[in-house]
Design a protein around this ligand. Structure first.
Ligand SMILES: [Zn+2]
Ligand SMILES: [Zn+2]
Length: 327
């Protein structure tokens, strides 16, 4: 199989041939059709997450077909088209798992982080952590559902009943959430990098009630806000934009430091919280909602071998579409 692997933090990925792995007991091998590129992959390749080991193959938004099964796996799974997301394994026994919070599992594994992921032609996976996908949907177009969609959904759930919802950082997750919110009857206020008029136009075409720079105030107070941009300075800005009792949810895995801010921004029972990882229930719920809402993703396919280019383009904000690697 072909993988794009990284030898150490900060190094470019290199194309490597490895033997096709035989799935160990309880696991399956996927033949990957497409794997989307996420901001978290940038944090992985930059070595910003703790405990990274090398060589490592990034990628946690893979669509593929189960083509081999290890001992103990139901052979009926062979041939099934599935998605592998960020959560690769949870122990099922720690206090978090037992409380229904497998996203916080003490012994979790993550695709493309603690395990080799989807920047490859093939990968191994635990079948119970794979998601069924709608048949017929093009692999590249639904690959972004598997992180941008799932984490977006968990973040949206954390905002409760917020009707007027700010989204800071209008990348893949924001674009998917805008469509889900329109379907649910919520109003989206999209905040982009200063002066990014194409992104603001795109937000309006996806149904946003308002779109502007992240340095601007929204035209009315928001009930809640979600931050996908990894910029800590946006936290006080978002708190200032939400009404009393409102919430600000940080949806990213990594963020620059949050500057100090006056207590009055939090006063009035505003809450500030983060969302971490996902549960399988989040995934199933989101996929059902995305199918019902008719969520479409604008994607730009890259050959697997051009993973470095895709990462660079995402980092530089050069593409509005979601980069997707196709083996
Ligand atoms: Zn656990
Ligand atoms: Zn991701």
């Amino acid at each position: 199989m072909k993988v794009m692997e990284q030898a150490r933090a900060g190094a470019p990925l290199t194309l490597t041939q490895r033997p096709d792995p035989s799935p160990p007991p309880g696991q399956v091998r996927l033949r990957i059709e497409a794997c989307a590129v996420c901001r978290t992959d940038l944090h992985v390749v930059d070595g910003e997450l703790p405990g990274l080991r090398y060589p490592r193959v990034p990628g946690h938004e893979a669509v593929g077909v189960i083509e081999a099964a290890g001992d103990g796996v139901d052979p009926a799974l062979l041939g099934r088209r599935v998605g592998a997301a960020w959560l690769a394994h949870a122990c099922g026994r720690c206090e978090f798992c037992l409380a229904g919070q497998e996203n916080l599992c003490d012994h979790a594994d993550f695709n493309g982080y603690t395990r080799d992921g989807g920047f490859a032609s093939h990968m191994l996976a635990d079948p119970e952590f794979l998601f069924d996908l709608p048949p017929g949907a093009p692999a590249a177009e639904i690959a972004p559902w598997l992180c941008a969609g799932l984490i977006g959904w968990r973040s949206l759930r954390a905002t409760g009943q917020a009707r007027r919802l700010g989204i800071y950082g209008f990348g893949s997750a924001g674009q998917i959430l805008a469509q889900v919110c329109r379907w649910q009857g919520r109003s989206v206020y999209a905040f982009t990098r200063a002066g990014d008029l194409p992104a603001q136009r795109h937000a309006r075409t996806l149904g946003a009630a308002w779109a502007g720079d992240s340095t601007q105030d929204p035209p009315e107070p928001l009930d809640g806000a979600i931050l996908f941009a990894p910029a800590g300075e946006l936290v006080p800005r978002a708190l200032a934009a939400v009404r009393k009792g409102g919430c600000v949810i940080c949806g990213g895995i990594h963020m620059s430091d949050i500057p100090s801010f006056p207590y009055r921004l939090l006063w009035g029972e505003r809450t500030l919280a983060s969302v971490a990882n996902l549960t399988r229930a989040d995934g199933r719920e989101f996929i059902e909602a995305a199918v019902a809402a008719g969520v479409r993703c604008k994607v730009r396919p890259y050959p697997l071998e051009q993973a470095n280019q895709a990462l660079d383009d995402l980092r530089a904000g050069r593409i509005q579409a979601t980069a997707v690697l196709v083996p």
